[in-house]
Ligand binder design. Sequence first.
Ligand SMILES: [Zn+2]
Ligand SMILES: [Zn+2]
Ligand SMILES: [Zn+2]
Ligand SMILES: [Zn+2]
Length: 319
Amino acid sequence: MKRILLWSGVVIGAAAIGVLIYLIRSTCVFGNHVFTPATCTEPMVCTRCGEQEGEPLGHVFGEATCTEPSVCLRCGEHHADPLGHEWLPATCTDPETCARCGITNGEPLGHVMTDPNFQVRSTCTRCGYTAGDPLTPALTGRTFRELQIGEPAPYTTASYEDRDVDVTGSAEITDYRVIDGDETFPAREGYEWHIATIRLVFDGEDAQSHGAQSAYTFGDYYILDNAVAGREGEDGMRTFAADWYGMRVQCWQKTGATLENDWVDRELHFTWEEGVLVPKGYDGVLLILYHFGKAADATRLYLPASEVLDEDALVFRMK
Ligand SMILES: [Zn+2]
Ligand SMILES: [Zn+2]
Ligand SMILES: [Zn+2]
Ligand SMILES: [Zn+2]
């Protein structure tokens, strides 16, 4: 009887152990789940009983680029399309360029250069880039006698009675002003008057005996000959041309008031105003006093500058 009990115990114990092993291996009754790792979209799941634990990991989306979509770095799931390039237009010096990634397409446009002129260098019409030098003025490097305001300079011309007789006096620019216009010098849109007051004084025996005849014309620092008209129009204006930013621009000259034309204490005085109507800021006009003997006849006083501008001529730049 004791033996039977013993064997029964052994059998029951073995069976119990077997059941226990089965339960541990095949079920989760002891909480011994067999979890798969969590994924982006699924929490940990027991392969045996299906129990879930924790939370899904969630996607880890990479940044989309111009050419690559946004995808999950873990599972590869598509999130967003490529952004596409953000093209900045090509410029003179840079090709079409993506503002985001810097990739380029095509070639720079290249500059669109103007010809240089006397006022400005060659300039790109698109971006304003400049290169080279302005054109060289016609009088660059030429030496001539330049009148300064308020500083009399010796002036030799012909006598009034005989063009072969020289008389010497002095010439002075006593005043110089720039105005829009007045009663004598009519204003014009875009233009300004440059007005010089010229004073000639002849005090020698030669002038007292024969008088003096002055001669003057107008030239241009940049183009030398400005084609000043010999005859004045009905309004007292003579036309001439300036070279202004590469364009031939019409200008006008007008002789203003005579302030002196007298003998004063045995001195012969001439004082008068000369105005030129030029584009605002134009600095090229030359008032040239020359020897009257150079004028073939008195009706052709407004000679081209190139015919009278020599080392004896007096030049005032009306700038
Ligand atoms: Zn389980
Ligand atoms: Zn994912
Ligand atoms: Zn891009
Ligand atoms: Zn350019």
